[in-house]
Write a protein that binds this ligand. Structure first.
Ligand code: MG
Length: 246
């Protein structure tokens, strides 16, 4: 004999509830009034659509700065930029928040080092949240530190790495965190990443600033912040970088 306690009653109630969602009332969803603006797509999906801001076209670092605001000191040649080890990270002159970012990168063809010391760089969204760049082709490291990880937070869903020296791409869709007036985070940042066309981060909620030696935590920052690329001492190359504000 089962006694009808509130708990048992709740379980019985669940058992008789219909599983389907109720039909939507079309009246509650009026059609959008604004026509989507026309954007001319690039020649391929790696090329910038007409409303993108080209951050690096292979020729000039004019849109980039060192952390202290001086000119960016990385090397530019043959249509790409390359980390000049020891000169520090570089960041965009313009700040960005919610965005779609396309960026291509290559780790050195001549393989040196192991784990985190092989082809390490990084794409720091808003200067705070790192999508790891690493030679993860036949190179073991901790899973949330390999290429395409949200560093020390989320491993990529798959390892879609190309061999060292080959060009690879990230397509990143990023939603900035929201802070209240006191600087308290009220909405975590979210990121989706495709690596060479394969989905590797599916709308994950970022836990806070990227640190290598302690837990991620949010610190309040402006709604728009520069995009930063990491000098980790390795000769990583970048090209074809464009961004769309969302
Ligand atoms: Mg890195």
């Amino acid at each position: 004999m089962v006694t009808l306690t509130p708990e048992v009653g709740f379980v019985l109630l669940l058992a008789v509830l219909p599983l389907e969602l109720p039909a939507q009332d079309p009246g509650a969803f009026p059609p959008p009034k604004m026509e989507p603006p026309i954007v001319t797509p690039g020649k391929t999906s790696a090329d910038p659509p007409s409303d993108a801001i080209v951050l690096f076209d292979g020729k000039s670092l004019a849109g980039w700065r060192s952390a202290d605001g001086s000119a960016a000191k990385w090397q530019v040649r043959d249509g790409y930029m390359e980390v000049a080890p020891g000169t520090g990270d570089i960041q965009t002159a313009q700040p960005f928040g919610d965005c779609q970012l396309h960026i291509e990168w290559a780790t050195p063809a001549v393989v040196r080092g192991e784990g985190q010391e092989r082809g390490n760089s990084g794409v720091f969204l808003m200067g705070h949240y790192e999508i790891q760049v690493l030679d993860s082709y036949d190179n073991k490291t901790y899973f949330h530190g390999q290429a395409g990880s949200v560093y020390k937070q989320y491993a990529p869903l798959v390892n879609a790495s190309r061999p060292p020296g080959q060009w690879q791409s990230y397509d990143i869709i990023f939603r900035a965190p929201r802070f209240d007036e006191q600087g308290k985070p009220i909405e975590r940042a979210r990121v989706t990443v495709l690596h060479n066309g394969a989905l590797i981060q599916n709308n994950v909620a970022i836990f806070g600033n990227t640190y290598h030696d302690r837990a991620a935590v949010y610190t309040a920052h402006a709604p728009l912040e520069p995009l930063r690329l990491q000098d980790h001492g390795n000769l990583v190359r970048y090209r074809n970088i464009w961004i769309r504000r969302l």
